[in-house]
Design a protein around this ligand. Structure first.
Ligand SMILES: [Zn+2]
Length: 68
């Protein structure tokens, strides 16, 4: 499993990987991006990505760990 962002090499969190899968390709196994690079790629602010992640988490998407 890839551990760092494919663009900026920042260590990836579970949410970064989940968001990349949701936004680009659910079946992908490499080329994951951090939230900042995802935001740049889609031309939105990082806040928009965070909102989407929270929305997906609330929806029960299994790609995103539930907050304790
Ligand atoms: Zn990055």
């Amino acid at each position: 499993m890839q551990n760092n962002c494919a663009i900026c090499a920042k260590p990836l969190e579970n949410d970064d990987i989940g968001a990349t899968k949701k936004l680009i390709n659910r079946g992908m196994t490499e080329g994951f991006l951090c939230k900042a690079c995802l935001a740049k790629r889609f031309g939105v602010s990082e806040g928009v990505i965070n909102e989407k992640i929270e929305y997906w988490r609330e929806s029960g998407c299994l790609l995103f760990a539930k907050k304790q």
